[in-house]
Write a new protein. Sequence first.
Length: 355
Amino acid sequence: NIAVFWVKVPSIPANSTKKIYLNVNPDRTEDLSNGKAVFDVFDDFETDEGDWNYVGGINLEFLGDSTVRVSASENFTKAVKQVTYTQRDLIIEFRMKPETVSGERSDFGVCWHSDTAEDLAYYFRFNNNYNELLRHTSMPGDGGTDKSYISSGITWGDVWRIVKIIYISAEMKAIVYVDGTKTHEHTFTAEPSGNKAGIYKHDADGTALYDWVRVRKYTEPEPSVTVVKAIATPTLDLKKMIANCLAGKKAQILDNYPIIRLKSGTTVIKDIQATAKHVKHDEANNRYIVMFLFMDESSDEYTTDNQELWFPHPDGNYLAFTQTQSFTKTADEPLPLRWEIYLPYTVDELDGQIL
């Protein structure tokens, strides 16, 4: 299973790092997503049908399934979201799928640094034959003073595409990614003063479906997170430790925070000490869940294909768990790891004896 989540950080001081530790319990997790609270501009086309300003003969048909059909009765039109943003460095993203193609082009895209009138703004448009970044001096019209035209298009068809545009104000530069692949880069000669974003329809031909449009602040480097969840089977040594605890021969099962040993084949890459823990009584399933968090903040690069969980003990460290999972750490990103231990005993038997 893959979970995608967003964390909005109010502020990070310049040239600094902010750590965020998440302990996610899948048994009690629910979706509290709020795109409007996370993004500076957001629309998933479920509500707020009247929250758009139309310039020219563009039409947004809200279909009731969290998509909108975009069409136009004339060329050079846009629909601008009536939400302002303050940052000049930004990322604008949208997910769309061509629906019908008529005429030669059927261009679709987005605009940013715009207002709700027929004025100067940045635009990106693409179709099956070409894609283009441009800065218009007026709408409607094709009077772009800055243009970057690429004669190879983005493959049209019944396929959803995710387009991401990074705009860096100090350089007046826009970089375009389609489905994660960089396709376009252009440096403009001037920057519009608007503070709104929206959908752009260059030609009246054809229709397309949009799933969502969103704008967020851009920083360099972009914050990143990697979470690896590890679950493994206990070794005989750990089972003996539990038995000794239940027999009264020792006070606690897990005496100290463990270390995770990362290996490649039989070669040990490194040991990482746990930095945090969380213990949960899962009474419904008659067990304890112990979650340990590990963090490698080094600039090391490696790939590990098997891991071991070791617990320090006065009588000698003992191997508690082994598991086989492959993941890679890059030099420019920290690597957080979470290891969950399930102890299938009653609450009365283990109460107070975990850590």
